[in-house]
Ligand binder design. Structure first.
Ligand SMILES: Nc1ncnc2c1ncn2[C@@H]1O[C@H](COP(=O)(O)OP(=O)(O)OP(=O)(O)O)[C@@H](O)[C@H]1O
Length: 483
C-alpha cells in the first residue's frame, strides 16, 4: 500500500486548474461543527491551478501552494505565548494528512499542550480557492497560523464633558463581543473577501513604505446601503478579523467607535473643536507603531453632511466647520500607516463629495437576495436545533442543513423548489426565504424569534410546525412593512 505522500505525488499538480475568480462565494456556517477530516485517498480533487490564466500566480499563492489561514483561539485561562501556540499548531498540522475545508479542526487528544491552551482551531477562506463542496488537499496548502486570545474587557467609554454623551467607545481587539460576527454575516458577492484583501493591500503598501504621492491610498472604507443590511457589524467584524490576521506585525489593536451625534456640541460652535479633540486622541494612539487602530464612524453623513446644502442656506454653518475639521483631521491621519477608517451611511447622497472622494472603497451593501435570505434563516434554524429549542428534521441527521448552493447543484440549477432532490424541510425553508423578499438582514435574524413566540405550543419541538409558523410570520411581517 502506498504512503499518503506517495499517493499525493502521483496526482499531477500542474495539470489541475482552479480559477479563484470563478470560485463561488459562499460564506461558511460550519463554525459550529467539525470540519470533515477525510482520508485524502477518497477525495476527488477539483483541478488545482499553479497559475491564473494570464500566468501570474494567484495573490495568495506561495511556494506553489495555496496560503490558507488557520485561526487559533486560545482559552481565556491560557498563559502560553502566542508564538508558542502558533508553532505547536504548525507542528500538529504538519503531522496530519488532512484536507482543508472551512471549519473546525479537532484538537488531538494526545497533544496535551494544545488541549490545555487552545479553545478552537478554525480553517478559514478556503472557499475562495475551491468550488462549493470541494476541498484542498494537505499537500496543496501552506497553512498560515494566526494564534490569538480574545479580550473580555468590553468597551471603554470616553465620557463627554458637561453631561454630553460619550464621543467614542474604545474596544481592545480581538474582543469577545465580536467573536463569530464575521462568520455570521452572509453576502452574495464576495464582499467580505474583497474588504479583507483591500485592507491587507493597504497595510502591505504602508508597511513597505510605498510613496503615497505616487500611489495614493487613504485607508478609508465607506459602506453604504439600506438600513439593517449589516454595514456596522461588517465594519466591526472586519476590524476583528484584521486584528487577528495582522497580530504578529501589530500586537496591539483598538477599535474606536465614534459617536457622531455626540460631536455636535450643545454650543454649536464647539463641534469643530470636538472633532479635532477626538482626532488628537486617535493621533496619539497611532504614534505607537505597534498599534493598529480602526476608527468606525457610523452614519457618517451626520458628520460629513454635504457642504453644498449648507452653503445653500438650509444647513447651519457649524456643520460646514465640522466637515472641514473632519476632512483636515483625516488628511493628517493619512501619513500614519497603522490606521484604517471605516464608515457607514444609509444616504450617500447626503455625504459631502470631498469625503466620498477620499474613500478608497465605496461598497454598496444591498438587501439580502434569496440565496442570502435562505442562508440567514438556515443559520438561525441550525442554532435553534443546536440549542434544543426545535428537534432535528426526521431522516436527516447532519449537523448542518444543506446550503443553498448545494441544493442548486443537485437540482441542476433549475427551479430548486420543484425538484424531488430537495428535502421537504429545505423546500419549506426556501418558501420562508421567498416570503421574506424585502426584509432586511436585521429583520430576518429576528424572524425565528417571532415565529417561536407565535407557536400555539411553545414547548413543541416539532421542526415542521416551526417552519410553517415561520412562513406565516414572514408573510405577516411583510404585510406590516410601511408602503
Ligand atoms: N447580510 C447579513 N447576514 C447576516 N446577518 C445580517 C446581515 N445583514 C444584517 N444582519 C443582521 O442584522 C444585524 C444588524 O445589522 P447592522 O446594525 O450592522 O446593520 P446596518 O446596515 O449598520 O444598519 P443601520 O444602517 O440601520 O445602522 C446584524 O448584527 C446581523 O445580525
Amino acid at each position: 500500500m502506498s504512503t499518503p505522500m506517495e499517493i499525493a505525488e502521483q496526482i499531477p499538480m500542474v495539470e489541475h486548474t482552479i480559477h479563484p475568480q470563478n470560485a463561488s462565494m459562499e460564506v461558511s456556517h460550519k463554525n459550529s461543527c467539525e470540519a470533515t477530516i477525510i482520508p485524502h485517498q477518497t477525495l476527488v480533487a477539483e483541478p488545482i491551478a499553479t497559475t491564473t490564466t494570464d500566468n501570474t500566480p494567484p495573490p495568495c499563492f506561495n511556494d506553489n501552494k495555496f496560503l490558507v489561514s488557520v485561526e487559533v483561539c486560545l482559552k481565556p485561562s491560557s498563559t502560553a505565548r502566542l508564538e508558542e501556540v502558533q508553532r505547536a499548531v504548525e507542528r500538529m498540522l504538519e503531522k496530519r494528512s488532512m484536507s482543508y475545508v472551512d471549519g473546525l479542526v479537532r484538537i488531538p487528544e494526545d497533544d496535551l499542550f494544545l488541549v490545555e491552551n487552545v479553545q478552537r482551531i478554525c480553517i478559514c477562506d478556503t472557499e475562495e480557492w475551491v468550488k462549493n463542496n470541494d476541498v484542498l488537499l494537505f499537500w496543496q496548502v501552506k497553512p498560515v497560523v494566526h494564534a490569538f486570545q480574545l479580550t473580555e474587557e468590553g468597551p471603554c467609554e470616553e465620557l463627554g464633558a458637561d453631561g454630553q454623551p460619550a464621543s467614542f467607545n474604545e474596544w481592545i481587539l480581538p474582543a469577545k463581543e465580536f467573536d463569530g460576527l464575521w462568520e455570521s454575516l452572509i453576502y452574495e458577492s464576495g464582499l467580505k473577501q474583497q474588504l479583507l484583501r483591500y485592507a491587507a493591500t493597504a497595510l502591505l503598501f504602508t508597511q513597505k513604505g510605498v510613496n503615497p504621492n505616487l500611489v495614493s491610498c487613504n485607508r478609508i472604507i465607506l459602506l453604504h446601503g439600506p438600513p439593517g443590511t449589516g454595514k456596522t457589524s461588517l465594519c466591526k467584524a472586519l476590524a476583528q478579523k484584521l486584528s487577528i490576521r495582522f497580530n504578529s506585525r501589530y500586537p496591539h489593536c483598538q477599535l474606536i467607535e465614534v459617536n457622531a451625534h455626540s460631536l455636535f456640541s450643545k454650543w454649536f460652535s464647539e463641534s469643530g473643536k470636538l472633532v479635532a479633540k477626538l482626532f488628537q486622541k486617535i493621533q496619539e494612539m497611532v504614534e505607537e507603531d505597534n498599534n493598529l487602530v480602526f476608527v468606525l464612524i457610523d452614519e457618517v453623513e451626520s458628520l460629513a453632511a454635504a457642504r453644498k446644502a449648507a452653503l445653500s442656506g438650509s444647513e447651519p454653518s457649524d456643520s460646514i466647520r465640522v466637515v472641514n475639521a473632519l476632512l483636515t483631521q483625516m488628511d493628517k491621519l493619512k501619513s500614519a500607516p497603522n490606521v484604517i477608517i471605516l464608515t457607514t451611511s444609509n444616504i450617500t447622497t447626503a455625504i459631502d463629495v470631498a469625503f466620498v472622494d477620499r474613500a478608497d472603497i465605496k461598497a454598496y451593501v444591498g438587501p439580502p437576495t434569496l440565496h442570502v435570505r435562505y442562508e440567514i434563516l438556515r443559520s438561525c434554524v441550525e442554532e435553534l436545533i443546536c440549542k434544543g429549542i426545535i428537534s432535528s428534521f426526521q431522516g436527516y441527521d447532519g449537523l448542518s442543513l444543506p446550503s443553498f448552493s448545494s441544493l442548486k447543484e443537485k437540482a441542476n440549477a433549475t427551479e430548486i423548489h420543484d425538484t424531488d432532490t430537495v428535502p421537504w424541510f429545505c423546500k419549506q425553508l426556501i418558501e420562508a426565504a421567498k416570503a421574506c423578499e424585502g426584509l432586511s438582514g436585521r429583520s430576518l435574524r429576528k424572524l425565528p424569534f417571532l415565529a417561536h413566540s407565535a407557536l400555539s405550543d411553545p414547548y413543541s419541538h416539532d421542526p415542521s410546525n416551526f417552519l410553517c409558523t415561520m412562513i406565516e410570520t414572514a408573510k405577516r411581517e411583510m404585510s406590516e412593512l410601511p408602503q
